[in-house]
Design a binder for this molecule. Structure first.
Ligand code: GAL
Length: 733
């Protein structure tokens, strides 16, 4: 039977190119996912992570192999590496975003200690996608995804593709099982499939196929395709109820189980048509945001918990229904969470505006293949991006990427993200980055907007209020417009989170401030445009897009006051006095499900002198108050807050959670102009990842706690002059 051994722990690392003979004392112990350098959240140079480093791990096999085969599986390494076992190179891989695997059977000792050593080159090589020209994001460096050791029988399963058919009429399943035979004999084996539904604590068998005999020729591979027809009442995977099924493929030799592999998937029909995107036959307007995998301090080297949290932020805090993994395949943990919570995904191959020579293109095709083979079971993924983001037309290359995608996965449509309308339309969906500041009339359908805003209006959390509001309204106007166009299937804004970039982009401090949230995943006003589209039946939302000051805007006052809410009406109070009751601004936003409120007349004169008091806005549904927000008129720093996303971490040396700190007014609103130094320290079996002291600008930021290997209690303390210190505790288990 297969044995899969997690291989993230007990690595040694040195930020240097060293040979096999270099002593372990030159290295430091690390756990994966690992970033080759912890960086500040901005103001650093990419040269700081562009170097060659070495990873080493000593290991022994759990038991004698008895003819079994050993593989080392890497989920990803940035950006080029060669892997050696016991001093002999077993393989080399270039490209940082796709998995790779090496058989090491003939290189490992079964009774003695083994050493695997990885030489990792994190410099930018023009012959490796996405490099070759310039790239608007940083790639960073490190063994930044999971590694596993896999021990299998000579005849084993390579992968399983569970492809639902006719889900709305007569649900069936076509299962393609890739097998490999490394033995010297041909074999007749039995392949059994078992379909299970996860029902919380238990799993129930929904269907199974018995006794499919497969003939496996010697020394080769084959794909066995089995159908499970006439499935009983299948539950569909949907955005509100993302039901997942598990399929076990089991390979028997006589009565002996040789291998078993499980894949999780869902039954859903996802189609882009000329008049919209349909999920399970229902038209759904797509509203989404682009996601880069960059986190502050650690770049992309985020463990499962943080990857999953990003999906949760997109779904539950931002309320979007689709994310694009700009501009590369992203973490399996992120995609898994999208499956579990019902968040759609457009995933694309690595690249940015540049297409290289035929060797470069061959690597891009290899990346595309690896991405689809890795991810085609995810029900969340509804579209493959098969064009290098914003590149020029290339009929030969893009016919090849389309062909490959359709061949590996006949169940999904393709798109190709471009930035010019006249571009040759070779895919199934015309995916278009629309930087017109409006929504252009589509030339081809189905038409999906894959980016807008971004560099057209970069905005920082501490920018002047006018700019922060206009940033939000640009998102609101474009989403409103596209909601009114039947020939636009949806719009995915640029972007969810601020991200680190090269000096030729962004604000010079190595950040593109294009997010509706900052790099810490904390909201700007623009985040509230999205959040307020969450139906009130899920939760009421009310967010005032104002700093509530007398004089931050030109000419002073707060006219108009913008409120993002999904309520039917809002009541505005200044001090104890009601200023008025208001309806959503349907005139300006006729199409958004929940139009913003535009509250006029709050001029300097109206608020002057004694009239400028605390603001209170109450949201009403069915005439009942359901939510309210208050903003203090005195604008003084009142409180330092400190909150952890999780109160428990696993003692695995890699688990991390975010710790958010803010300086707020009396009512808990962050004060964007509170500038302060925050001292953070930690006690216990964990480590702070981030800057301390932290020079806080914008009233909100975050650091991370990383668990050590011993259980216990971790205490984090934050302090700043003139405010009460805060302490939180976490348990490491
Ligand atoms: C697009 C590009 C994105 C990002 C964005 C900024 O052209 O695809 O990666 O650079 O512009 O608005």
């Amino acid at each position: 039977m297969r044995q899969v051994i997690p291989f993230n722990d007990e690595w040694l690392f040195v930020a240097d190119d060293v040979n096999f003979r270099a002593s372990d004392t030159r290295f430091v112990p690390v756990t994966l996912p690992h970033s080759n350098r912890i960086l500040p959240h901005h103001n650093f140079d990419d040269a700081e992570y562009q170097f060659v480093s070495t990873y080493r791990k000593r290991f022994t096999l759990p038991e004698a192999l008895s003819g079994r085969r050993v593989y080392l599986d890497f989920d990803g390494a940035l950006s080029a590496c060669s892997v050696a076992v016991n001093g002999q190179v077993v393989g080399a891989h270039v490209g940082g975003y796709t998995p790779f695997s090496y058989e090491i059977t003939d290189r490992v000792h079964t009774l003695r200690e083994n050493v695997v050593q990885v030489r990792l080159d994190s410099t930018e090589h023009p012959e490796i996608p996405p490099f070759g020209y310039v790239v608007d994001y940083l790639t960073f460096g490190g063994l930044y995804r999971d590694v596993r050791l896999r021990i299998v029988e000579p005849i084993h399963i390579v992968d399983v593709f569970a492809r639902p058919l006719d889900v709305l009429t007569r649900p069936a399943l076509e299962v393609a099982v890739r097998l490999k035979n490394q033995s010297r004999q041909e074999r007749d084996l039995r392949l059994e499939l078992v379909l299970r539904e996860d029902q919380g604590d238990t799993e129930i068998v929904v269907a199974s196929s018995r006794y499919s005999t497969v003939y496996v020729p010697r020394g080769g591979g084959l794909v066995a395709t089995v159908h499970l027809d006439d499935l009983p009442a299948i539950k569909l995977w949907s955005l509100d109820d993302p039901v997942l099924y598990a399929l076990d493929a089991e390979l028997y030799d006589g009565d002996a189980l040789v291998d078993r592999q499980r894949v999780d998937f869902g039954f859903r029909e996802a189609v882009f048509r000329d008049d919209g995107f349909y999920l399970n036959g229902e038209r759904i307007k797509l509203i989404g945001l682009n996601r880069h995998q960059t986190y502050p301090y650690i770049g992309p080297a985020a463990p499962a918990r943080l990857q999953r949290k990003d999906a949760e932020i997109l779904k539950y805090e931002l309320g979007v229904n689709i994310a694009r993994t700009s501009h590369y395949p992203q973490s399996p943990h992120f995609l898994k969470r999208c499956d579990e919570i019902g968040l759609l995904v457009l995933e694309e191959l690595p690249g940015w505006q540049f297409v290289g020579d035929s060797d470069w293109q061959a690597l891009a095709l290899r990346d595309l293949e690896a991405m689809i083979l890795r991810d085609r079971n995810h029900p969340s993924i509804v579209l493959w991006g098969v064009r290098i983001n914003e590149s020029a037309d290339d009929e030969g290359f893009y016919s090849a990427t389309n062909r490959l995608a359709h061949q590996l996965d006949p169940s999904r449509q393709t798109g190709g993200i471009r930035n010019f309308l006249e571009s040759q339309f070779l895919e199934d969906v015309f995916t278009y980055n629309d930087f017109s500041n409006t929504v252009v009339e589509p030339i081809h359908t189905p038409h999906l907007i894959t980016e807008f805003n971004g560099h057209m209006f970069p905005t920082k959390t501490w920018d002047n209020e006018d700019r922060q509001i206009e940033h939000a309204l640009r998102h609101a106007r474009i989403q409103d417009k596209q909601f009114g166009m039947l020939n636009v299937t949806g719009a995915i804004g640029w972007c969810a989170f601020d991200y680190n970039t090269h000096r030729v982009f962004g604000s010079g401090d190595r950040i593109c401030y294009h997010g509706v949230m900052d790099i810490f995943r904390l909201p700007k006003f623009a985040a509230y445009v999205y959040e307020s589209q969450i139906p009130p039946s899920v939760r009421p939302v009310l967010q005032i897009a104002s700093l509530w000051t007398m004089g931050d805007r030109s000419e002073g006052g707060n006219d108009p006051l913008t409120v993002f809410s999904n309520c039917e009406a809002v009541e505005v109070y200044v001090g104890e006095e009601i200023y008025g009751r208001f309806q959503p601004d349907r005139e300006t936003y006729p199409h958004l499900p929940y139009a913003p409120f535009t509250i006029p007349g709050m001029t300097l004169l109206a608020l002057w002198g004694n009239h400028f008091q605390d603001l209170r806005v109450v949201g009403l549904i069915n005439e009942q108050p359901v939510i309210e927000q208050k903003i203090a008129a005195d604008g003084l720093p009142y409180m330092l807050t400190l909150d952890a996303d999780d109160d428990r971490l696993a003692a695995d040396g890699a688990d991390m959670t975010r710790i958010v700190f803010k300086i707020t007014d009396r009512f808990g609103n962050r004060l964007p102009y509170a500038i302060a130094v925050i001292d953070l320290d930690l006690d216990g079996p964990g480590e702070l990842i981030g800057e301390t002291p932290f020079p806080l600008v914008g009233g909100q930021a975050a650091i991370y706690v990383r668990a050590g290997h011993t259980p216990g209690q971790v205490t984090v303390r934050a302090s700043t002059p003139r405010l009460e210190s805060k302490v939180i505790t976490l348990r490491i288990r």
